[in-house]
Design a protein around this ligand. Structure first.
Ligand SMILES: *Cc1c(COP(=O)(O)O)cnc(C)c1O
Length: 374
C-alpha cells in the first residue's frame, strides 16, 4: 500500500457532476472575469465566515498584500508575525515596504505566543498577522486585547484554516481583516490559484475591491494605482460548489486526526494539541519526533509520503536575511523546525491508510529504540 501526502482526485470524483455543470455554465455564459459567479461566491463566502463582506482576489499572497496596503501599512512600518509559517506571510509585509518582526510560537499549538507580542512592539509597529497555522486558530482574544491597547491592526492569515472556529466564531471574522488562499491543496481549494479577503469594515473592503481592479472607479477612470488581482469566474464557480461541502470535509479531516491520535497514543511521537475553545480543521496533521529525518526516510520506504511545514524558519531564509530580522530569539520555532513532520492528510484518507501510516511509524520508531539500546 502507498499513501500519498494529499490526493485531490477522489474529491473531484465525488462531486464531478456538480463541478462539471458549474464550469460548463461559466464557459457557456462567456463571462470569465467578474460577473454573477464572483458576486455570488463573495456573498456566500462572507456568510460562511460570518462577516458582512468578502472580496475575491488572485491568490492568498495578494490577499495579504492588498489587506496591508488598504490598511495603510507601508515603508517605515513594522508588522509582527511568526517565523514558522509559509514565506508569503512575511513576503507580503516586505512587498508593501514594511518590516516583519518575528515572535516565537507556542510549542504545543505552533501558533504565535501572545505573551511574547507586547515586548516586540515599537513605535513603528502597525499591525499583527496571527497565522491560523495547520488549521488551528491563533489565540485571538489576547492578541486582539494587545492590538486594542496599542492601536494596531489585526490581519488574520487564514490560508490554512477555512471554517475553523475560535470561541464559537469563524476564522475570517476574528480580527480587523482576514486573508484566505484557495490554492488547490488548501482546505477550500480552487482548480488553479485563488484567494479572498473578509472583513466587517465596508470602507476598507471598498478600497480593496478598487485596488484589486486597477484602482478603477468607472471603466475608464482610475482613482488610485491598483493592480490586477482577481478571482476569475471559473474558480468562483468551482469554489461555490466546494463551499457547500467544506464542513463535511473538515469533519472527515477531524475524523482522520482522531484515528491518528488514538492509534499513536502509545508511540513516542507527539501528536497535535487542540486548544480548548477552538476547533482544528487539520489542513496539516503535524507530529513531532526526535529523529525526524530518520522517520521520514523510514515512512518513504514504507510507501508513505510526508512533508515538513516548515524546515527553514523565515528569519533564516536567504530572501529575508538582509532585513536583519534574526535578532530576536525564536527557540521553539528553531527547535520545531528539526522535529516536525506532516503526515498524509486529506478528507478522503481512509482508516486503512491511517493504519498503514501508524504501523509504519511503529516499525520505524521500534527499530530506532532497539538500535539505541544496543
Ligand atoms: C498558502 C499560504 C499563503 C499564500 O497563499 P497563495 O494562494 O499560495 O498565494 C499564505 N499564508 C499561508 C500560511 C499559507 O499557507
Amino acid at each position: 500500500m502507498t499513501v500519498p501526502f494529499v490526493d485531490l482526485k477522489p474529491q473531484y470524483q465525488s462531486i464531478k457532476d456538480e463541478i462539471d455543470a458549474a464550469i460548463r455554465s461559466v464557459v457557456e455564459s462567456a463571462w470569465f472575469v467578474g460577473g454573477p459567479e464572483l458576486a455570488a461566491f463573495e456573498e456566500e463566502f462572507a456568510a460562511y465566515c460570518e462577516t458582512s463582506h468578502a472580496v475575491g482576489v488572485g491568490n492568498g499572497t495578494d490577499a495579504l498584500e492588498l489587506a496591508l496596503e488598504a490598511l495603510g501599512v507601508g515603508p517605515g512600518d513594522e508588522v509582527i508575525t511568526q517565523a514558522n509559517t509559509f514565506i508569503a506571510t512575511a513576503s507580503a509585509i516586505v512587498r508593501v515596504g514594511a518590516k516583519p518582526v518575528f515572535v516565537d510560537n507556542d510549542p504545543d499549538t505552533y501558533v504565535i505566543n501572545p505573551d511574547l507580542i507586547e515586548q516586540a512592539i515599537t513605535p513603528q509597529t502597525k499591525a499583527i498577522i496571527p497565522v491560523h497555522l495547520y488549521g488551528q486558530p491563533a489565540d485571538m482574544n489576547p492578541i486582539n486585547e494587545i492590538a486594542k491597547r496599542h492601536n494596531l491592526f489585526v490581519v488574520e492569515d487564514a490560508a490554512q484554516a477555512h471554517g475553523a472556529r475560535y470561541d464559537g466564531k469563524r476564522v475570517g471574522s476574528l480580527g480587523d481583516i482576514a486573508c484566505f488562499s484557495f490554492y488547490p491543496g488548501k482546505n477550500l481549494g480552487a482548480y488553479g490559484d485563488g484567494g479572498a479577503i473578509t472583513s466587517n469594515d465596508a470602507g476598507l473592503m471598498e478600497r480593496i475591491a478598487q485596488l484589486r481592479e486597477h484602482g478603477r472607479t468607472t471603466k475608464y477612470e482610475h482613482a488610485v494605482v491598483g493592480k490586477n488581482s482577481r478571482l476569475d469566474a471559473i474558480q468562483a464557480a468551482v469554489l461555490r460548489v466546494k463551499l457547500r461541502h467544506l464542513d463535511t470535509w473538515s469533519e472527515q479531516r477531524q475524523q482522520a486526526a482522531k484515528w491518528y491520535t488514538a492509534r499513536l497514543a502509545d508511540s513516542p511521537v507527539k501528536t497535535p494539541l487542540i486548544r480548548a475553545g477552538s476547533t482544528h480543521v487539520f489542513h496539516l496533521f503535524v507530529i513531532e519526533t526526535d529523529d525526524r529525518d530518520g522517520l521520514a526516510e523510514g515512512l518513504k520506504e514504507a510507501g508513505v509520503a510526508t512533508g515538513i511545514h516548515y524546515p527553514l524558519p523565515l528569519h533564516l531564509q536567504p530572501a529575508l536575511a538582509h532585513l536583519n530580522i534574526s535578532g530576536r530569539a525564536l527557540p521553539h520555532c528553531e527547535t520545531g523546525a528539526h522535529r516536525i513532520l506532516s503526515l498524509p492528510m486529506f478528507p478522503e484518507l481512509s482508516l486503512q491508510q491511517v493504519e498503514h501510516v501508524v504501523d509504519a511509524i511503529d516499525m520505524v520508531t521500534r527499530k530506532s529504540t532497539l538500535t539505541a539500546a544496543e
